[in-house]
Design a protein around this ligand. Structure first.
Ligand code: SF4
Ligand code: MSK
Length: 643
């Protein structure tokens, strides 16, 4: 049997689970084979009950749905609805964060407070809110109210759009796709794609771009910026990753999902002496909090809390027998957890009114009862410790450095006095760094777990491309050891390694969770604004990739990257390949519209080749592909590195 993962901890537990007949995501993925070819190509429509309809990909009949919808209309509607789903998830997250900031500002007794005043003032400035001679609570309340308006606005534009380069904003204006209000664009996307409305695939995708921009420059950016205000802007810190972070002697609690509103409170509660004493009274040595998925990235970046694994490791974490409680909020939580938990003592605890699971214990968590309920949850876990049976904790774990918010990248590269993207742009112009790639997204049991992320990143850094990561992709590369400064000498090309060694950073920068892809948008905007690499994001030698994607959120992220001017390539496949007309539109025609376009490439070597070629093409266009080789590593440049 071929290995399901390149991660030894996964293969070890899968082997054990097979003997126990414990079903996991890989078994269920196999049971789905052969998959529906219509669905895989995006050719199935069930938007009304004259259907469901499908288009025959061989060219034979049927070539239209009952209503007359063609392949390109059906594919476009399905793709656009994925964007709407992803944008809704990220933006609803952003809304909860904004409500929490408002609570922290208005209620001094709440469990939340304003941690990063610099970031608060910065955001207030972008929003046009006065921050001089005012209390941080006053400013925060106005910031929260202003961004909350962004969700329900009918006209105008969402606030953070103005952080994009002017040329980019002008392009969006010409295309008529500046997002007006976040909820409005998502609703309109659903309306346009319901039966009998928008039947022009190009027009559908223009609004698809607008909806995705409402996510990247709206909901996701609100989530990231306001989380930084509430919980602190990440800066580099050490942590550990993989199932080996679970403890044989502590009470293990895993927090899984996306919103740090919950996980931050669990971090606080897990440090309460009273609860640590309770854990000891039950025979444990202490409390060990670990994370899975994006909420893990959030608390890793701000507190160094260890990460137990990425999305495909959630069932396996339970099957170690060492987890007293799996606490979940929203997104990427498999309903199968309930079945797996039944085979062990693990208590599955749901916390969001939006996300309940049959068989789980529900302890409602709101921003109003936050710390009190976090303590209650931790106590549940502690009381479960005596029920623990045999444990099988894999030995695999790896050190890492995370916390590269765009502010931290500026500081790393430029120091306190030269804090800007100038040194990064300089190093791209002089060719030590060839370009930057954002490698992000999920894992998918259709392909060998983690392999796409790790192989792609290895290839890119070897070619002097600086990699910025988020989500499960960052966790995969952390497990492979790429997130350590010493990996520069081991894996990076000579030029990239030289820059990394000069500033002490890894060649792969962990920037956070999926909503934190908005950090990458801000970083790219800054690079464009600084100068030397063109005027727009689409001029930069940069690219995006999601080698093992699976979620609607990934499609929304991909589309906002493309609409922001970034060449973006997805692995595995895209559910659009049933229409050549639609493929031509997003793989080719998009470049003329947005300056960025989609690509789909399941072969990771070829994917790396596409990215490297694209970056080289941009370098050539900027006139920096030749000159740098002649002046590489001269004394002046060496001095330039001493930042
Ligand atoms: Fe079929 Fe058209 Fe209804 Fe879709 S909207 S199910 S293609 S009739
Ligand atoms: S979306 S990156 S599976 S957590 Fe954050 Fe979920 Fe991981 Fe995609």
């Amino acid at each position: 049997m071929s290995k399901k993962s390149i991660d030894g901890s996964v293969n070890h537990l899968l082997e054990n689970n097979k003997q126990k007949s414990l079903e996991t995501v890989w078994d269920r993925s196999d049971q789905q084979k052969p998959r529906c070819g219509f669905g895989e190509r995006g050719l199935c429509c069930h938007n009304c009950y004259m259907g469901p309809c499908r288009i025959n990909p061989s060219g034979k009949k049927p070539q239209k749905g009952v209503c007359g919808a063609t392949a390109e209309v059906i594919v476009a509607r399905n793709f656009a609805r994925m964007i709407a789903g992803g944008a809704a998830a990220h933006s609803d997250h952003g809304r909860e964060v904004a409500k929490t900031l408002l609570l922290a500002a208005n209620n001094p007794d709440s469990s939340y407070s304003i941690k990063d005043v610099n970031k608060l003032n910065k955001v207030a400035k972008v929003l046009g809110i006065c921050f001089q001679d005012r209390s941080k609570e006053e400013i925060a309340a106005e910031v929260a109210e202003k961004v909350l308006e962004n969700f329900g606005k009918q006209d105008g534009e969402v606030s953070f759009i103005k952080m994009a380069p002017e040329t980019r904003q002008a392009r969006w204006g010409q295309l008529g796709i500046v997002p007006r209000g976040i909820d409005r664009e998502i609703v309109e996307m659903m309306h346009r794609t319901t039966m009998g409305v928008d039947h022009d695939h190009r027009n559908i995708m223009l609004h698809g771009a607008r909806t995705a921009l409402a996510d990247g420059w709206g909901g996701s950016m609100i989530a990231t910026e306001l989380q930084d205000i509430l919980f602190g802007t990440p800066s580099p810190l050490r942590g550990q990753v993989n199932l080996g972070v679970l403890s044989e002697t502590d009470v293990n609690i895993i927090v899984h999902g996306h919103e740090p509103i919950l996980s931050e409170m669990l971090v606080l509660a897990s440090q309460e002496q009273e609860l640590i004493d309770l854990a000891k009274s039950k025979g444990a040595t202490g409390i060990n909090l670990a994370g899975i998925c994006c909420t893990a990235n959030e608390i890793l970046l701000r507190h160094g809390v260890p990460i137990a694994g990425n999305i495909l490791q959630q069932e396996l974490a339970v099957s170690t027998g060492a987890v007293e409680a799996m606490v979940v909020d929203v997104q990427c939580i498999m309903p199968s957890l309930s079945e797996v938990c039944k085979c062990y003592h693990t208590q599955l605890i749901t916390t969001s009114t939006k996300a309940k699971i049959e068989g789980a214990k529900h302890l409602e968590f709101t921003e109003k009862n936050a710390l009190k309920n976090a303590k209650k949850i931790i106590k549940e876990a502690i009381l479960n410790f005596p029920n623990r049976g045999n444990v099988d904790i894999p030995k695999e774990k790896m050190d890492l450095i995370a916390g590269f918010s765009h502010e931290a990248i500026i500081y790393m590269l430029g120091g306190t006095f030269r804090g800007s993207y100038v040194p990064l742009n300089d190093n791209i112009i002089n060719g030590r760094i060839k370009g930057v790639a954002g490698v992000v997204g999920c894992c998918n049991p259709k392909v060998t777990h983690d392999q796409g992320h790790v192989s792609l990143v290895e290839e890119l850094i070897a070619n002097d491309i600086l990699v910025v990561q988020t989500g499960c992709s960052a966790i995969a590369c952390a497990k492979a050891g790429f997130l350590l400064p010493e990996s520069a000498d081991k894996y990076a090309g000579k030029g990239l390694a030289e820059v990394c060694n000069a500033v002490g950073m890894p060649p792969v920068l962990h920037s956070g969770s999926c909503v934190d892809n908005s950090r990458i948008l801000i970083a790219l905007s800054e690079m464009a604004k600084i100068g030397g690499l063109g005027k727009d994001i689409s001029d930069l030698p940069v690219a995006g990739a999601a080698p093992e994607w699976m979620s609607e959120k990934a499609i929304s992220i991909g589309q906002y990257f493309v609409a922001s001017g970034v060449f973006t390539v997805f692995g595995i496949g895209l559910p659009v390949q049933g229409s050549q007309v639609f493929c031509r539109h997003i793989f080719e025609e998009f470049e003329g519209l947005f300056g960025g376009m989609w690509a789909a490439e399941p072969d990771i070597k070829k994917m790396a080749g596409l990215i490297i070629n694209h970056i080289n093409k941009k370098r050539e266009k900027l006139g920096i592909s030749k000159a740098k080789e002649r002046v590489l590593y001269d004394m002046e440049m060496r001095r330039g590195l001493e930042v």
